[in-house]
Write a protein that binds this ligand. Structure first.
Ligand code: UDP
Ligand code: MG
Length: 151
C-alpha cells in the first residue's frame, strides 16, 4: 500500500462542540502522521472552491454558509492507505447511518452537522491539500518510533 496524504477538516460544529482533541486523537492513535495543522475561518471563495463539485446541489449554499460560519481545523495526515482509511474512521456522510465506532457514528446526528470532512480519493486529496495549504506549511518529519511502525 502506498504512503499517501489526505486532507481532513474539523468543521465548525466539531470545533464549537469541543471535539478537536477527541478527533485528533483517533488519527494519532491509529498511527497516521500529522503533516500540517491550522485553525482558520475559511473565506467564501475557499469554501466554494472546496465544495465546487457540489455547486449545483440544493444544499450547496447552506453548506458554504455553515463552513464559513466559524473556525475550521484543517489538517494533512500521512500514511499507508490513509485516504480510504480516514474515510472509514470518519464514517458515512449521514451520521445516523454511520457505524458506531466511527467519528460520525459516535459524535453526530445531522448530515448538515457531521463534524468532519475527509478527501474521498487521491485526486481530491491532492487538490484539497493544495487549496488549503502552501507547500511550506507541510512539514516533512520522521516520527521517533518510525522503525516500529514500518517493520
Ligand atoms: N451535505 C448536506 N446535505 C446533503 C448532502 C451533503 O448537507 O444532502 C453536506 C454534508 O455536510 C457533507 C457535505 O455536504 O459532509 C459534502 O457532501 P459529500 O457527499 O461530499 O459527503 P462527505 O464526503 O463529506 O461524506
Ligand atoms: Mg465529499
Amino acid at each position: 500500500m502506498d504512503v499517501e496524504r489526505t486532507f481532513l477538516a474539523i468543521k465548525p460544529d466539531g470545533v464549537q462542540r469541543g471535539l478537536v482533541g477527541e478527533i485528533l486523537a483517533r488519527f494519532e492513535r491509529k498511527g497516521f502522521k500529522l503533516v500540517a495543522l491550522k485553525q482558520l475561518i475559511p473565506s467564501k471563495e475557499l469554501a466554494e472552491q472546496h465544495y465546487g463539485v457540489h455547486k449545483e446541489r440544493p444544499f450547496f449554499e447552506g453548506l458554504v454558509h455553515f463552513i464559513t460560519s466559524g473556525p475550521v481545523v484543517a489538517m494533512v495526515w500521512e500514511g499507508e492507505g490513509v485516504i480510504a482509511s480516514a474515510r472509514k474512521i470518519i464514517g458515512s456522510t449521514k451520521p445516523l447511518e454511520a457505524d458506531p465506532g466511527t467519528i460520525r457514528g459516535d459524535l453526530a446526528i445531522n448530515i448538515g452537522r457531521n463534524v468532519i470532512h475527509g478527501s474521498d480519493g487521491p485526486e481530491t486529496a491532492a487538490f484539497e491539500i493544495g487549496l488549503w495549504f502552501s507547500s511550506s506549511e507541510l512539514i516533512d518529519w520522521r516520527p521517533s518510533d518510525y522503525a516500529w511502525r514500518v517493520e
